[in-house]
Design a protein around this ligand. Sequence first.
Ligand code: 13P
Ligand code: SF4
Length: 316
Amino acid sequence: MTMLEIDYRERILSLKRQNNIIILAHNYQLAEVQDIADFVGDSLALSHCAEQTEADTIVFCGVHFMAETASIICPDKKILIPDLEAGCSLASTINPNELKTWRCEHPDAVVVSYVNTTAEVKALSDYCCTSSNAVKVVNNISKDTDILFLPDMFLGSYVAEMTKRKNIFVWPGECHVHAGIKTEDINNILSKTKEADFLVHPECGCTSSTLYNVTKDGLNRNIHVLSTEGMMKHARMSSSKQFIIATETGILHRLRNENPDKEFIPIKEDAVCKYMKRINLEKVHNSIVNDVFEVRVPPKVAQKAKLAIDRMMSIS
Ligand code: 13P
Ligand code: SF4
């Protein structure tokens, strides 16, 4: 860390104490941002934390849809994001008009939206879900009801496989970081590390082929499809000493810090989300000092989106 960063760190920590501010950070944030946060977690855990905190202001170090979700859950709190350009390539793959058209083609279907969507798309959805509860949410819907699952096709095909449902229609969206993790990357590392547990995020392009290999070839390997928080938990509980991590590399900071006696190998060193990495200490400091950038969801949109989020929260 540079002297300037140390300075920002100290100032942020003291400002946070003086004002009633909480800093939430996603598992993919830069290490130095994770280190000044009050809580680091996955999308679901951050939503729960936003709901429970007594702080007046939440500085949300994550991407825009996550800050929007916090604002929907806690309309009375001030939600600040340090950089408004922290977007998400996956959330951008579907807009409200596209969803309206899709719904018209399947008028009896229930819409399940991954949390990586804008507030407006959530407002047009029946259920929200995250990577840690998608299977549970879908299992909660009657087997005879058609489901429109959006926007991630790899998570959608994983959910269809796990729930054994044939009536899930999946939107063809993908995250540029996870879609870039291919079967070749996996085969390359798996051939070199025979004992490691293999932890893979369901947004990965390799998820379906990995499941196929496991179920059809009987590959003798401990493979776990997990959300980022699921990976943290697994690493803590497993007796394994070595883990291959197939997700954004920001999570390695926490994995290594919390499990110093274990080894974590990224499947791809360049699996980096440029949106998550837009936030740094200087921007967090600016956010607190200048009270920027507030994320607010129009009340009508927020009320509808909250129904989908509440349905998810009541299941998970
Ligand atoms: P998690 O819900 O596992 O934190 O994932 C969010 C995300 O954006 C993954 O790319
Ligand atoms: Fe969106 Fe992908 Fe970045 Fe997650 S890693 S925030 S899905 S662009």
